[in-house]
Design a protein around this ligand. Structure first.
Ligand code: NAP
Length: 263
């Protein structure tokens, strides 16, 4: 029996992702999933740039990650010019939600969601690709959603933006392939973050039920696993996509959804 293998590390050894020498940038890194991604990438050895609307939360995550904070409004195209271009791993995570029927949906809110969740990722990819192409390696990871693959009523702007992000990711995968750059979406179900806590409170009020019931009866109705996902579980998928054995995975969408999509 062989106890010692020669050659490159096998999958078990490589599962410990080593990102020493890599530079990552995480948008929306001040909170929730983005914060968990920034910490996971830093723990794997990457230098992490944390971008967020809120200066305090960006700073708090950057301090915890030993990284660099950037307070930037991603809806402000000109402000993106202040961000670094020499990024090896780009995690497009920043997002927001607005829930209303189409006939009452404020067009300016619809436009804002497209700006933050489609236009900003496009501009960030555009900024980072020349560096990635020049070195022949790069990882683009986009925090999409199960709403990038399926629709729910009253979330027209969010569902439109996430479907747009899915298309953008696939095109980046095709263009990036000859240059060693992969592009993938991670598609969470409901994650325990401030974004979802806001929705739980709003739904509890709208339905006149308590927040526990919103989670069990409304949000997780389709989910096979009846609990919210933790941000660290999403970050683990992001980290895996940056590891040594995922170079052939590109243009795909990875549900982390407790079986929501299977139902
Ligand atoms: P979160 O805790 O609210 O984090 C989102 C972050 O994005 C916040 O720090 C927010 O800053 C930032 N952000 C929003 N607008 C911005 C702007 N214009 N410029 C810069 N930063 C901005 O939410 P989350 O749940 O972690 O969501 C992260 C991503 O995961 C989103 O794209 C979301 O659609 C996606 N997602 C979430 C879930 C879920 O169940 N939570 C499920 C599927 C997908 P402020 O706090 O200062 O506004």
């Amino acid at each position: 029996m062989t106890s010692q293998l020669s050659g490159p590390p096998g999958p078990a050894a490589a599962a410990a992702v080593n990102l020493s020498g890599r530079t990552a940038l995480v948008t929306g890194g001040g909170s929730g999933i983005g914060r968990a991604c920034a910490l996971a990438l830093a723990e794997a050895g990457a230098q992490v740039h944390v971008v967020d609307l809120d200066a305090e939360s960006a700073k708090e995550t950057a301090t915890a990650a030993g990284g660099i904070a950037h307070a930037v409004n991603l809806a402000d195209t000109a402000a993106l010019g202040a961000l670094p271009r020499e990024i090896d791993i780009l995690v497009n995570c920043a997002g927001l939600q607005h829930v209303a029927p189409i006939e009452e949906f404020p067009p300016e809110r619809f436009a804002l969601l497209q700006q933050v969740m489609v236009m900003a990722p496009f501009l960030m990819i555009q900024r980072c690709l020349p560096h990635m192409y020049a070195q022949g390696w790069g990882r683009l990871v986009h925090i999409s959603s199960m709403h990038g693959l399926r629709a729910s009523a009253y979330k027209s702007a969010y569902v439109t933006a996430k479907h747009g992000l899915e298309g953008l990711s696939k095109v980046a995968a095709l263009e990036g392939a000859p240059h060693g750059v992969t592009s993938n979406c991670v598609n969470p179900g409901y994650v325990r973050t401030p974004l979802v806590e806001g929705q739980i409170a709003a739904q509890a009020e709208a339905h006149g039920i308590d927040p526990e019931a919103v989670v069990g009866e409304v949000l997780l109705e389709r989910s096979a696993i009846k609990r919210l996902i933790e941000p660290e579980e999403v970050a683990a998928a992001v980290l895996w996509l940056c590891g040594p054995h995922t170079g052939f995975i590109t243009g795909t969408s990875l549900p982390v959804d407790g079986g929501w999509g299977a139902n």
